[in-house]
Structures are given as structure tokens and as C-alpha cells.
Design a protein around this ligand. Structure first.
Ligand SMILES: NC(=O)c1ccc[n+]([C@@H]2O[C@H](COP(=O)([O-])OP(=O)(O)OC[C@H]3O[C@@H](n4cnc5c(N)ncnc54)[C@H](OP(=O)(O)O)[C@@H]3O)[C@@H](O)[C@H]2O)c1
Length: 271
């Protein structure tokens, strides 16, 4: 891994209270970065901050924030004003599976906001600063399912495809300014997010799940080297099949058949 401190002294990680985000925070701290931990569960963040600063001797701030609340990115900006922020990891995400019309529209709109609009806002707010000073890195967490439209995960897959497209385009825009962008597309990964997923039982899908530490490691190892990385051989092969080997219609059909097997019922609600 390159010296990440060359980007700046501080890294912001959204969704740091569990799963992949927690691993990003731990590994960035191990690499000598001061970290700003963002999520709603303050107790979790405080516990992690104490652990990380004790173990790695870095400065660790917590920002207990609901990113879906109005003005959340402005609030985050104020919390980190004056810090030398060099890396932003846009990781926080939520997920609902099931037939779209069985889910509450409000829940699906939250997915679209947290998984797509918030990464856009983070890219705009912090990317501006990175470009101005010609230094910085943005890490966007997409998903291996961004490779294809996915029935019963229609909105989530579309949001993750948006994130992949956004990151790949921004990487080109910002290259001349010395700013790096990396999109990481994990496959099924052992996190609370996977265990508590609404509308689907991932254990019914079979197949291996990945360690969240490996996802964060693969991303950070490739930061500044590549634009898009898919951790794990199996996920890489699925990506190639979804994008290049199968016609789009076959890929959609295949994903539909696979996901159907694991559905458990949606979030309900009228609108
Ligand atoms: N696990 C997988 O199989 C998998 C596969 C592909 C992609 N991904 C992506 O990887 C990312 C991390 O997922 P994960 O599996 O690690 O999930 P996770 O364990 O559920 O973690 C999600 C994180 O997001 C935070 N979060 C949720 N809603 C929030 C809100 N409104 N405001 C602020 N923070 C919020 C949660 O913290 P609080 O609850 O404390 O707010 C938590 O820290 C997501 O973008 C997900 O789509 C995961």
C-alpha cells in the first residue's frame, strides 16, 4: 500500500460503526491516518474510536450523524472544518430486497439517497477541495451487482450502478488535478448489513461470503493504482459474465432467478 498520508492527514469514513466501514477505519488508522468516523450509533463510534486511537496512536473523531437528515453533509463539513482531509470513503449504505411494489416507497427513496445521492454530495463537497489543492482521494463503495440490472434489488442495483459510473467518470475528470478515485464493488460480505438485510435471506443463496477486512484491504491496496476493483475471484468472474459474456437480457433473467430463491417478503407500507 502507498503512503496514504500523502493525500492528507485525515480520512473520513461514513458508515464506520459496522461492517466494511469499520474495517476501512481500522485499516486507515493502521496506515497512520487520523480518522473521522461517521454513522448514527454514537456508542459504537466512541467504542471504535477509543480502540483505534489506543492501538494506532492516531487522532480519532466521531460524528454521530444521520446522513439522511436534511443538511447532513453541511453538518459534516462543519465538523471537519480546519482538518487536512485527504481521503473520503463514501461507504454508508442500506439495502432492501423484494418486488419493488411490495416495499414502501419511502424506504426505496432512502436507499437512493444514502447509496447514491450522499456519495454525490460527498464527491462534490470534498472533491472540490481536493481539486483546488491538487491532492486527495475519494473511495466509493458500489457492489458487484452494479454489473447488471437485478430484479428484486432493482433500485439498490441501479443506485450502485450510478455510484460506479459516477466514480469512473470523476476519476477521468480529476486525474489531471492529481486526485484519485477508486470504486470498490464487493460481492456478498459478512456484515450486519448482510445478516439484517430486509426482504432476502442471503444464506439461501449459498456460496462463499467475504471477510469485510479483505474488502477494505483490496480497496486501499488499489487506491491510486486502479479506478475500479472487485474483491474476490468469484465476484470478478460474475462481473465479467454480467458485463461481457451474457447478453443483458440473459444477465437480468439469471439474476432474477437467483434472487427469487432467497426472497422473504418486502418492507411493506403504502407509499
Ligand atoms: N455486505 C455486503 O454483502 C455488501 C455487498 C456489496 C456492497 N455493500 C456495500 O457496502 C457498504 C457497507 O455495507 P455493510 O455490509 O458493511 O453494511 P452494514 O454493516 O449494515 O454497515 C452500514 C453502515 O452504514 C451506516 N448507516 C446506515 N444508515 C445510515 C444513515 N442514515 N446515516 C449514517 N450512517 C448510516 C451504519 O451505521 P449506523 O446504523 O450506526 O448509522 C453502518 O455503519 C454499503 O454501501 C453496502 O451497500 C455491501
Amino acid at each position: 500500500m502507498r503512503d496514504l498520508r500523502a493525500y492528507g492527514a485525515h480520512a473520513i469514513v461514513t458508515g464506520a460503526s459496522s461492517g466494511i466501514g469499520r474495517q476501512f477505519a481500522e485499516q486507515l488508522a493502521a496506515a497512520g491516518m487520523n480518522v473521522v468516523l461517521v454513522a448514527r450509533r454514537k456508542d459504537r463510534l466512541d467504542e471504535l474510536a477509543a480502540e483505534i486511537s489506543g492501538e494506532h496512536g492516531v487522532e480519532c473523531r466521531t460524528v454521530a450523524l444521520d446522513l439522511l437528515a436534511h443538511g447532513a453533509i453541511d453538518q459534516l463539513s462543519q465538523e471537519v472544518a480546519g482538518l487536512d482531509v485527504g481521503i473520503v470513503v463514501a461507504n454508508a449504505g442500506i439495502y432492501y430486497a423484494g418486488p419493488l411494489v411490495d416495499n414502501a416507497l419511502a424506504d426505496e427513496l432512502d436507499v437512493l439517497s444514502l447509496d447514491a445521492a450522499i456519495p454525490l454530495q460527498l464527491a462534490h463537497r470534498f472533491g472540490r477541495e481536493f481539486v483546488r489543492r491538487r491532492r486527495g482521494a475519494l473511495v466509493l463503495v458500489s457492489s458487484s451487482i452494479a454489473a447488471s440490472p437485478v430484479p428484486y434489488e432493482a433500485n439498490y442495483a441501479a443506485a450502485k450502478a450510478y455510484v460506479l459510473s459516477l466514480g469512473q467518470a470523476l476519476s477521468h475528470e480529476w486525474k489531471k488535478d492529481g486526485v484519485d478515485v477508486l470504486v470498490v464493488s464487493p460481492g456478498p460480505t459478512r456484515t450486519e448489513g448482510l445478516d439484517n438485510a430486509v426482504g432476502i435471506d442471503f444464506s439461501k443463496l449459498g456460496g462463499a461470503t467475504m471477510d469485510p477486512a479483505q474488502v477494505a484491504r483490496t480497496a486501499l491496496d488499489n487506491l491510486g493504482r486502479r479506478v475500479h476493483v472487485i474483491p474476490g475471484l468469484r465476484n470478478k468472474l460474475a462481473d465479467v459474465a454480467g458485463k461481457y459474456l451474457l447478453p443483458r437480457s440473459s444477465s437480468v433473467w439469471m439474476y432474477g432467478r437467483i434472487i427469487e430463491r432467497a426472497l422473504t417478503g418486502g418492507t411493506g407500507g403504502a407509499a
